[in-house]
Design a protein around this ligand. Structure first.
Ligand SMILES: C[S@@+](CC[C@H](N)C(=O)[O-])C[C@H]1O[C@@H](n2cnc3c(N)ncnc32)[C@H](O)[C@@H]1O
Length: 530
């Protein structure tokens, strides 16, 4: 006889994962899973593993990961206008989209080039989360029954359904409508104008091997874990979802969406506002760029922090934006053009190996290097590197474990070693960054993770390995009125003064009202040689 005792103690989601059955769950019931060794490692870094209400901090973080921050942060492009002018244009856009009653635009009280678009609701942000959705019935079957039996069962909804991929699902949680390319499969017979139930496949695109083809019917979609996201209206009939190359395929219905009320405004006023996570806005501020500076962003794509630097200096600087990915830099180059950020030169460059180490050649300035470079047919200059001590400012925002990003339906890391690999990779960028920086110059280092190895411990590594660098307060000088973020973690290599200099953001909405992604910023200066 089968032993059902273990089965009884499992949540439906755990049972399914063990037994490989297909499953649907609500966002509320979805558990974002973290491999135990990664969890133990991260728990061990944080002295406050248990919070005041007795629950484990990591459980709270994993819960918070499913939900985006409650406000949409728009950083204004000061090259194109003042914050007040752009606020008026944003309000006009909300009106054009008939969203003016649901949302309002507010100037951020701390960051003077930020506008927040917030839901007009009397409910608190947490009460405003509709996480449960209509799939709460524990008696509900765990497979998608085929039509018409699904209709007879009345479940999951009285609507035909589509399944979107995980990235699309995360974008929907941030307020987006559904673009056709995100739709993986759809029920037979969907017609234009029909109300559709939307699910995200939590595991899709997790690895290339498991990537599934688009265009299936729901009956063919087996062994997947899907989370309910809400209702939307089909813009086309079913076959067009898979025939068209671009366009919105389903418009989500604002009040029938799961998660916080966020406005579907990504892509509006593309030359004037940039949708950015709040802590990211701190990075270009911390860099303290001045007119006339020569600046490099070593890992620039998609380009949000680079165009912020250009905005702060109103185009009066020489900015080089580099990324290993040529494709991403071609897109970033277009975005810089659209934003009028004419001072930025986009390059496809591997910045783990970008310092000219040829003792025989004469030192060349950045301007000389750029002027001497050939332009490739795609418009990017062919540059292979820069000479040491070429830059007044170095912005280093390297690839990281990205554990702080929200919303996240799935943690992609399956091994602790992957987190350690991220640190080894980051050290390669740091070595180059330190060489590129002029004496007296400033470098920022930032990540979107809460893993202390990539944050506080990396700062310790930098200070120990590169004696020419000193740590500065992120919120010093012109930024001293900015009260954002927390000090670094204790016991992770930094003394109390150093902990106060760096800024750490936990991905947990706090009672103080700070509801952001997980993030970390540190700021260094290269000492002048005496
Ligand atoms: C965290 S993202 C940067 C985000 C960007 N700073 C922004 O705010 O828009 C890290 C970037 O590093 C790039 N990258 C990875 N390896 C690289 C390398 N060896 N050289 C340059 N860029 C690299 C990735 O393609 C990715 O776009």
């Amino acid at each position: 006889m089968a032993d059902n005792s273990k089965k009884k103690n499992k949540t439906p989601q755990q049972r399914i994962q063990l037994e490989g059955e297909p499953s649907i769950c609500s966002l509320k019931n979805l558990q974002v899973l973290l491999p135990q060794d990664i969890r133990d490692h991260l728990d061990g870094q944080d002295g406050t593993t248990t919070t005041t209400n007795g629950s484990k901090k990591m459980d709270q973080i994993l819960e918070a990961m499913k939900i985006p921050p409650a406000a949409t942060v728009c950083r204004v492009n000061l090259i194109q206008g003042t914050r007040e002018e752009i606020q008026a244009e944003l309000e006009a856009e909300l009106k054009r989209l008939d969203l003016q009653d649901a949302f309002s635009v507010q100037p951020d009280s701390i960051l003077d080039d930020v506008l927040q678009v917030v839901a007009n609701t009397t409910e608190t942000p947490t009460k405003n989360l509709h996480l449960a959705g209509p799939v709460e019935d524990p008696q509900a079957p765990l497979v998608f029954p085929t039509w018409p039996s699904r209709q007879t069962l009345g479940w999951p909804l009285k609507h035909r359904a589509v399944i979107v991929d995980r990235f699309c699902g995360e974008a929907v949680l941030r307020g987006s409508h559904i673009f056709v390319k995100g739709i993986m499969c759809a029920d037979k017979g969907i017609q234009e104008g029909e109300t559709i139930a939307v699910y995200a496949d939590v595991r899709s695109t997790i690895s290339k091997n498991r990537r599934i083809k688009r265009g299936y019917f729901l009956e063919q979609y087996r062994n997947r874990l899907c989370v309910y996201l809400g209702l939307g209206v089909a813009m086309f009939q079913r076959s067009d979802f898979f025939r068209l190359e671009k366009g919105v395929g389903i418009r989500m219905t604002p009040h029938a969406r799961v998660g916080p009320m966020l406005p579907p405004i990504s892509g509006i006023l593309p030359s004037k506002v940039y949708f950015q996570n709040l802590p990211s806005v701190l990075v270009a501020r911390a860099l303290d760029p001045k007119p006339g500076h020569v600046i490099i962003d070593m890992c620039a794509a998609p380009g949000g922090k680079t165009n912020h630097v250009a905005s702060l200096v109103r185009n009066n600087a020489t900015i080089v934006a580099c990324d290993k990915s040529r494709k991403k830099m071609i897109a970033a180059q277009q975005m810089f053009r659209d934003m009028g950020a004419t001072c930025i030169t986009a390059l496809a460059l591997n910045t783990t190996d970008c310092v000219v180490r040829d003792n025989n050649s004469e030192w060349q300035s950045v301007t000389n290097v750029l002027n001497a470079a050939q332009r490739a047919p795609d418009g990017l200059l062919d540059v292979t590197g820069f000479y040491p001590e070429s830059f007044d400012r170095v912005l280093l925002d390297p690839p990281c474990s990205a554990l702080g990003l929200r919303p996240k339906l799935q943690v992609v890391h399956t091994k602790l070693a992957e987190l350690q690999d991220a640190c080894a990779y980051q050290r390669k960028f740091i070595r180059e960054a330190v060489q590129l920086l002029k004496p007296g110059g400033i470098m920022t280092y930032s990540t979107c993770t809460f893993n202390a190895d990539e944050n506080e411990r990396m700062v310790r590594h930098i200070l120990s390995e590169y004696e020419t660098l000193e740590l500065l307060p992120v919120l010093g000088g012109e930024n001293s009125s900015i009260a954002l973020g927390q000090p670094g973690l204790a016991g992770m290599g930094l003394n109390d003064e150093e902990r106060g200099y760096v800024r750490r953001f936990d991905p947990l909405p706090s009672e103080a009202g700070c509801d952001t992604i997980g993030f970390f910023v540190a700021k260094f200066r290269k000492r002048q040689v005496s």
